[in-house]
Design a protein around this ligand. Structure first.
Ligand code: PSU
Ligand code: MN
Length: 300
């Protein structure tokens, strides 16, 4: 039995060189609350299709890595029961033991690039956590993006992180970063993190030109981050963000949450303590990223 199964629709699109956009599944299973997560997963696929591209949501089901899910498979991921969170290092044990799991950015980028998909959309990347000096918690997203040649459209990195430290790590790791229509690195729930970016592209065609230049140049073999800010009208109120985030980080420490549990805990805490406003900003960001990724895939 093959370890990886690419859906017929995605396989046909790749063979015909039609645009394909990879989507991750951890955001569905562990980043968004049930039952709305399924509606959003379905909606994101519809956004990709409405722009003439084919969605390839990626997950592990029944011990097989699936690239392109049908609605029943999306529902299984969104249902949450027994769905593990899988980074790249977890893929082999998950496949060997027949597990079900949602793939993070690291596992999704790995599987998507190997299937020949060039563009991937998510909400916000993982990165260096604010208590890194003590916890050494740096998302496996970063080293994976350092060795995987795929374009990732995201609203920057999660604002619960140490954003300047994460940007520094991305520079050290050789991961390309371009702002989309902005010279400021986006702040996930917030339009801007306040940090500068060195390069700006103004259109899907310009982003596609950067991807093509990398391919023609033969490198780097790392990812290109296309950092697409959430519109100001849809961002979380920055003052509310800062206040609730402080409490969220305290609660995380108090509950002794560590490892893979940290990010889902913080996102859920923020949503519950902002009356759902952070969730709306998160969804708006993902929607915009999926849209832009589809336009970039079409421009390629
Ligand atoms: N973007 C979102 N919500 C999420 C994620 C991204 O809007 O939940 C997920 C991605 O799967 C990313 C993961 O890889 O969070 C990072 O988790 P960690 O910090 O444990 O590496
Ligand atoms: Mn972590």
């Amino acid at each position: 039995m093959a370890l990886t199964e690419i859906s017929e629709e995605v396989r046909d699109a790749l063979a015909a060189r039609r645009p394909v956009v990879a989507l991750e599944s951890t955001i569905i299973a562990h980043g968004l609350p049930r039952p709305r997560n399924l509606d959003i997963a379905v909606e994101l696929e519809a956004v990709v299709r409405s722009l003439g591209a084919v969605p390839a949501t990626i997950a592990v089901l029944g011990g097989r890595a699936r690239i392109g899910l049908d609605t029943a498979q999306l529902a299984r991921i969104a249902g949450g029961e027994g769905i593990r969170k899988l980074g790249r290092r977890d893929l082999a044990p998950a496949l060997a033991t027949g597990a079900d799991g949602a793939t993070t950015v690291s596992a999704t980028a790995f599987l998507a690039a190997r299937a020949g998909i060039r563009v991937f959309a998510t909400g916000g990347l993982g990165g260096v956590h604010r208590d890194w000096v003590r916890s050494q918690d740096e998302s496996a997203d970063l080293p994976e993006l350092a060795r995987t040649g795929i374009a990732v459209v995201c609203a920057g990195v999660k604002s619960v992180l140490d954003v300047p430290a994460t940007l520094q790590r991305l520079e050290t790791l050789g991961v390309g970063v371009v702002g989309y229509g902005t010279d400021r690195f986006p702040g996930f729930y917030l339009t801007s993190s306040g940090e500068p970016v060195d390069w700006t592209v103004e259109s899907p065609e310009e982003a596609a030109a950067v991807i093509r230049a990398r391919e023609r140049l033969g490198g780097p073999d790392s990812a290109l981050i296309v950092a697409n800010p959430v519109p100001e009208s849809a961002q979380l109120d920055p003052e509310l963000h800062d206040r609730v985030l402080g409490a969220a980080l305290d609660a995380c420490a108090e509950h002794g949450i560590a490892g893979q549990g940290v990010t889902p805990f913080l996102l859920d805490y923020l949503s519950r303590h902002t009356g759902g406003a952070s969730l709306e900003a998160n969804v708006a960001a993902v929607r915009g990223n999926v849209r832009l990724a589809s336009l970039i895939a079409a421009a390629l």
